[in-house]
Write a protein that binds this ligand. Sequence first.
Ligand SMILES: [Zn+2]
Length: 301
Amino acid sequence: MFKKPRTESLKLKLFRFLNTRMELSSKDKQYYLNLEKGFEGEVMFDLLTKKLQTDCLILNDLLLEVNNSKFQIDTLIISQETISLFDVKNYEGDFYYESGNFYSKSKSEIKNPLDQLKRCESLLRQMLQYHDFKLPIEPWVVFINPEFTLYQTPQNMPIIFPTQINRFLKKLDSMPSTLTGRHIKLADKLVAMHQIESPYPQLPPYAYDQLQKGITCSMCHSFSISVGEKNIVCDECGCEEKVESAVLRSVEELKLLFPDWKITTNLVQEWCRVIESKKTIRKILKRNFRAMGYGQWSCYE
Ligand SMILES: [Zn+2]
């Protein structure tokens, strides 16, 4: 049972918009691609945990804070006797382990996921103690990508490799587990303590004038689209979408990128670029938002 489902983070969405509409620096671009890859890996893991039949509670994507330290949990599974804590890594390619450190094959050292896991476990334990829950925590790093190899791994590490995930979950599933109100209370408590962090301070600087205008394809993000009477069609991938839904999607993008701005017909027309008729835009806005003010000064909420 998914007590807290995973959704795309606002940060990932915003980075995706910016990547489509402007040239990101190579550092920002790398950061963005890692976000995409990380999310993809977490979704892959969700597809597997979703199949669990045992009586358990699954909590995804928690951002918690204890003693002024924030920590992020990818997946937490509460079962009768244990809390399993998973950090999901979607690393691809060859890596090796040497005296406590992780290296990629190009010999560059990467952040040790086991250190992150240890920190997360310790903070979670403090939090459970504080709220007087006494379940033991079992922490794991899950390498989800089937193309991942780690050379020289000692055997006693809390790591689940791609070839072990199914067996691991099968074992978890075969453990007898009956949850009580106390487990549910713990899950509710954790969800209630989840923090929402504003992604805006973490974005690269951007300005409206610097962003490419136009409706993008919902599938491949291309700007090359043809607008018909009712539908837009992507010239790259052939994907079709109703004009109304494409305009609303673009407005949503605009609102997320510039949360304080007033949405007007003129602004949306300039932002969408390819819709020639102001009347079409006004009609769509009227149908989907609440109009404020009148005539040329009206804006939509
Ligand atoms: Zn497309």
